[in-house]
Design a protein around this ligand. Structure first.
Ligand code: GAL
Length: 330
């Protein structure tokens, strides 16, 4: 299934190897997507082999695709720096990069940053900018938003153009949601606590039928745990718990909703014609002992009675949705 394919992939195996156009397993963990100029861009952590490969030895890698299936490696979008004094010195922890296009037309990347040698005690956000979606991104600065911890995080672009940074704060006990300025380089100062004292991380935000839905996990490091969801009428909340949205079992490891099929959420891909008009929930299946071997699962989201539901499927897209002949038949 993972030899270099001459014809574009019709479906990617959830939990298996995802070959890029050169036949190499995609290296974009804890990632997020952005659509620009008819292409999807997938940004993620470039991991290296072994346990040491969980640290940022390279930076953020980016791939592009017209259809979410055939991915071309576009190189390193944000490179860690050789200078030990840099906030993003090689060997720092740089996780869960997410990119949005700002009102300025520039591309802005946010990521969870732990400066080198501080373990996970630093708890900051890093910000980088680029003129093109594939980069190169230039590091701007790192900070603690309104002075508070920032670990697992996502960015959410709302229909009205507002941009929201959602991040695990208060030593992971409580998420914060903070509005960004139109240039996406700073905060407006409007922020709220959400899912208070639920120890929720790995946030991903969906919007459907007037509800915002937050998908997240518990806090057990690289080990999988049960996912949970919340919903609200406004990003500012109040956020109401809506339980574990996962359904079904991953036959490869026998894990179901109690362990999120062995996976952890990272991003929600908004609907367009390439997603079959559905939101897609992106997950990582971490392999912390050989970080580069981490796997992916992308699963369409359903919304039933105003609640998020995500069922396991062996492939992305699920066989029932996969195009039978050519991508143009979708
Ligand atoms: C997880 C988190 C990952 C990474 C890991 C390190 O809880 O979601 O992004 O930080 O911990 O142990």
């Amino acid at each position: 299934m993972n030899e270099p394919s001459e014809s574009p992939a019709r479906a990617l195996p959830n939990g298996g190897l995802w070959p890029d156009a050169a036949g190499v397993h995609v290296n974009a963990h804890g990632g997020g997507l952005l659509k620009e100029g008819g292409l999807w861009y997938w940004y993620g952590e470039h991991k290296t082999a072994g346990r040491a490969g969980n640290a940022a030895n390279v930076g953020v890698r980016v791939y592009s695709s017209p259809d979410l299936l055939a991915w071309t490696d576009r190189g390193v979008a944000l490179a860690v720096e050789p200078d030990e004094a840099s906030d993003i010195a090689r060997g720092c922890i740089l996780e869960r990069p997410k990119v949005v296009k700002a009102a300025t037309g520039r591309f802005v990347m946010f990521f969870h940053l732990e400066r080198k040698g501080l373990g996970y005690a630093d708890a900051r956000v890093g910000i980088a900018v680029a003129d093109r979606p594939e980069g190169p991104f230039a590091f701007v600065r790192s900070l603690r938003p309104h002075g508070e911890f920032c670990r697992d995080m996502t960015l959410f672009r709302d229909d009205d153009g507002s941009t929201w940074h959602v991040f695990a704060s208060e030593d992971n006990a409580t998420l914060h949601v903070a509005e960004l300025t139109p240039d996406c380089l700073d905060y407006t100062g409007r922020w709220w606590r959400m899912a208070e004292r639920t120890w929720t991380e790995a946030p991903a935000v969906f919007k459907h039928d007037g509800w915002y839905h937050l998908l997240g996990s518990g806090c057990t490091g690289w080990a999988p745990n049960a996912a949970r969801s919340f919903r609200a009428r406004r990003m500012s909340g109040p956020w109401e718990p809506t339980g574990n949205p996962c359904r079904g079992v991953n036959p490869a490891n026998g894990l179901g909703p109690e362990k999120t099929w062995g996976a952890q959420s990272t991003f929600a891909i908004p609907p367009d014609e390439t997603t079959g008009g559905r939101w897609i929930a992106m997950f990582d299946l971490w392999r912390p002992d050989d970080a580069i071997d981490g796997r992916y699962a992308w699963l369409p989201a359903d919304f039933r009675d105003g609640r998020l539901e995500i069922a396991w499927h062996d492939t992305f897209p699920p066989a029932a949705l996969a195009p039978s002949s050519s991508p143009s038949s979708r």
